[in-house]
Design a protein around this ligand. Structure first.
Ligand code: TXA
Ligand code: MG
Length: 347
């Protein structure tokens, strides 16, 4: 046998010995306390752990480890000037990360944490540029999910202070609401020691409400399940509507986002072969492929991202969506749909 052929067969033999699946990250379904501890240790060692929250799945890293946080940016393909939300175990951890916290922010945290609300506060010294995208502020949230809270608590036992976690999708794509969706999004980018914790489907299904706390009153920067009305009631102020819209524009959040590969079209005429998402009481147009028929607004949010993903799995070119009407969660859903459709259509 010639040297070259011998080399080829050695490479072939070695490739048979390596189980390629072993080189991939591990998915742990319904993890036990021991497995959660192992995941917390992985975070402390600088690896990434994707975990469920009540909103969407997050891609977690030790928020005080620059190298780990930079892996989050590279796995997501996200520009480094987009800040990450740091997930903490309770309101007691707030002043580890933030300073000059307004009274209304404390009230909001007391009322809505754990829950789908992120507060943007003036950052403390622990919050470094690599996690804040060089902003002077820090995003903080206590998620309302047993598994997420358990992970953060175990992480704290190892000396961790917070888990930085953006939604566990590639930049600009649809947020994952299941472990399977995380694997589809990031499986090719995660490393062998990274983990995905599977805690079932996220109950809310769209990302947290983001509240800017740099003024005398709160400003809703991204609507979510903690509605503007709920925030106003607790903070005891009326949030000016125009200001709310302006802030969303100036923070550059109106670019295309939350987008599947298929074109998302809002309130457009349906062509045969299009995907179709609308409330249950709206009939499927002839030739359309129904992707979701939510019976109420909570179901609409809960099913939306999975429905958009299923359009891609079916290799559809277009998905026509009839957005929900109304305020509260419905307006948060419309916000995501506008962004998913940005560049294709407007309402
Ligand atoms: O529900 C959620 O919020 C999920 C789960 C995993 O917690 N996380 C999430 O993270 O949606 P992400 O990174 O995909 O979206 C967070 C948004 C980004 O648009 C980011 O720019 C904004 O929050 N953000 C975070 N920190 C900020 C800050 N200091 N100032 C302004 N915006 C901030
Ligand atoms: Mg995101």
């Amino acid at each position: 046998m010639g040297t070259r052929r011998r080399r080829v067969s050695v490479i072939y033999f070695i490739s048979k010995l390596v189980k390629w699946d072993d080189l991939r990250m591990e998915i742990i379904s319904n993890p036990t306390q021991v497995e959660i501890k192992k995941a917390a240790q992985a975070l402390k060692d600088g690896h990434l752990v994707a975990f469920p929250t009540e909103t969407v799945y997050g891609l977690g890293a030790d928020a005080t480890n620059e190298k780990a946080v930079s892996s989050v940016y590279s796995v997501k393909g996200r520009p480094t000037d987009h800040p990450l939300i740091v997930h903490i175990s309770s309101i007691n951890q707030l002043d580890k990360w933030a300073v000059n916290i307004p009274k209304y922010a404390i009230k909001l945290a007391e009322e809505f944490w754990p829950g789908p609300m992120t507060l943007i506060l003036k950052r403390g010294f622990i919050a470094k540029d690599y996690v804040t995208g060089r902003q002077d502020s820090i995003g903080l949230r206590v998620p309302n999910h047993v598994l997420a809270l358990s992970l953060i608590n175990e992480f704290e036992k190892f000396g961790g202070i917070g888990i930085a976690a953006p939604s566990a999708n590639r930049f600009g794509a649809v947020s994952p609401t299941s472990a399977e969706a995380v694997k589809d999004e990031l499986g090719n980018y995660l490393h062998s020691k990274d983990l995905i914790l599977d805690g079932g489907k996220s109950i809310i299904g769209i990302e947290s409400t983001i509240i800017g706390c740099s003024r005398d009153y709160p400003v809703v920067l991204r609507p979510g399940a903690t509605t503007t009305e709920m925030v106003e009631n607790v903070a005891g102020v009326k949030i000016p509507v125009n200001l709310e819209k302006n802030e969303i524009r100036t923070s550059g959040l109106l670019e295309a986002h939350y987008s599947p590969k298929a074109k998302v079209l809002l309130n457009k005429l349906v062509k045969p072969g299009d995907g179709f998402i609308a409330a249950q009481n709206i009939k499927t147009p002839k030739g359309a492929i129904r992707l979701s028929s939510p019976a109420n607004i909570e179901q609409y949010a809960n099913d939306l991202y999975q429905a958009l993903r299923s359009g891609d799995q079916k290799m559809l070119k277009r998905i026509v969506v009839i957005p929900p009407t109304g305020e509260g969660l419905a307006s948060a859903i419309r916000d995501r749909l506008h962004k998913a459709a940005a560049g294709y259509s407007t309402l």
